[in-house]
Design a protein around this ligand. Structure first.
Ligand code: SF4
Length: 173
């Protein structure tokens, strides 16, 4: 969509490697994604932005289907989790810009667990609700297949020292 081009350019200026407009039908959800969160991730149940508090794959499918398109963003990170945080910050800031431009449904999801607080306030409300967003994977999105089927790079990393490809999505309208 031509109207979203300025947002793609704004993202690329902030060291995002790819930003493409994507139909939400091309964002893929799968039941196994939730299973991998529940049985395989130490963050399960420990954050307001992680399962089981995030939308299930079925709920996320309905959310995705209530939008026509969004912006898929990719960044290749050589080292350091702080760059994932920086990437998530770029996404949520861009969500706000898009929202203020009258795309009233704009909503962003990023990559990895929320790290804004030393310990998540799981017993109460989010301490940074204006900025904290769940990750694509925590909402049941198959990030690998979504990236690959849209021509973008992603591979399994073997340990935390390896470079990685991270993704975010801003649902627009
Ligand atoms: S901002 Fe803090 S309270 Fe909110 S989800 Fe993230 S870690 Fe939890």
């Amino acid at each position: 969509m031509e109207a979203l081009q300025p947002y793609l350019e704004a993202a690329l200026k902030k060291e995002v490697d790819h930003a493409i407009v994507i139909e939400t039908s091309k964002v893929l959800t799968e039941p196994w994604v939730r299973m991998r969160c529940q049985f395989g991730c130490f963050m399960y149940g420990k954050s307001l932005c992680c399962p089981p508090r995030t939308p299930t794959p079925d709920e996320m499918r309905k959310i995705l289907d209530s939008y026509r398109c969004g912006i898929l963003l990719h960044r290749h990170i050589r080292k350091g989790y702080k760059y994932v945080d920086e990437f998530n910050e770029i996404i949520v800031d861009l969500e706000r810009t898009i929202f203020l431009d009258n795309y009233y449904k704009a909503w962003a999801i990023g990559s990895g667990p929320c790290t804004r607080c030393k310990e998540c306030n799981v017993a109460g409300a989010c301490l940074h609700a204006d900025k904290a967003r769940p990750s694509m994977e925590s909402c049941g999105i198959d990030v690998f297949r979504t990236a690959k089927e849209n021509g973008l790079p992603i591979t399994v990393v073997k340990d935390h020292s390896q470079s990685r490809d991270v993704y975010g999505l801003i649902l627009v309208e």
